[in-house]
Design a protein. Structure first.
Length: 197
């Protein structure tokens, strides 16, 4: 079954940001948490992270780039291309990090970043949010104190429209307002030659 795409309008994206921010604000107020760093997973999480950081007045960023790489030799893997924790020195015993992604498919990229935060800061408080999440994909309840999603979608599940309706999930693959449908279909952003120079 081939993917069917749907271009998301800006006001719909903003609606999901509003919902995520409202629920997150309530959680951090109730639990008296101050988020020290917002950690977007680049590139996908950059735009939602900027919206969220402004809405919740989170000033410091620690962006990480975790990316699928298709190597010339045929090897494919997801790896951390940029680790922000190599360049910041956090002295706080229990720092708080908000990991932000836009689209979570398998959860591998977010898992790599969350594991790295835990490795560096064993007592860290980690919160995770994303705009869209593939239904049935990995969750991070064992490693985070908070997890939220704007909506669930079909993505790689290949469920029928009827099954998606039954599960109350989006059938179409979302194309976010800053993305271009043609580029999403044909742009080889994971090729080794586009990543390593």
């Amino acid at each position: 079954m081939s993917k069917e795409y749907r271009i998301m309008k800006s006001d719909e994206f903003t609606k999901y940001i509003d919902c995520i921010c409202n629920r997150l604000q309530e959680f951090i107020n109730i639990n008296n948490i101050k988020i020290d760093y917002i950690c977007p997973i680049l590139r996908s999480g950059a735009i939602p992270a900027v919206y969220i950081s402004n809405r919740l007045n989170i000033v410091k960023f620690a962006p990480a780039q975790v990316k699928h790489v298709a190597y010339k030799n045929g090897e494919n893997k997801i790896e951390m291309l940029f680790n922000p924790f190599d360049s910041i020195d956090i002295k706080k015993k229990e720092p708080s990090f908000l990991v932000v992604d836009c689209m979570l498919s398998t959860g591998t990229s977010a898992g790599i970043l969350i594991k790295e935060i835990k490795r560096r800061y064993i007592d860290a408080k980690i919160l995770y949010v994303c705009i869209a999440k593939q239904y049935g994909s990995k969750n991070f309840k064992d490693d985070t104190i908070y997890e939220d999603v704007g909506f669930y979608c079909n993505c790689e599940n290949n469920y029928s429209k009827e099954k998606c309706k039954e599960l109350n999930i989006e059938y179409d693959y979302p194309i976010f307002p800053w993305e271009d449908l043609e580029s999403e279909i044909s742009h080889p952003d994971d090729l080794e030659k586009n990543i390593f120079f």
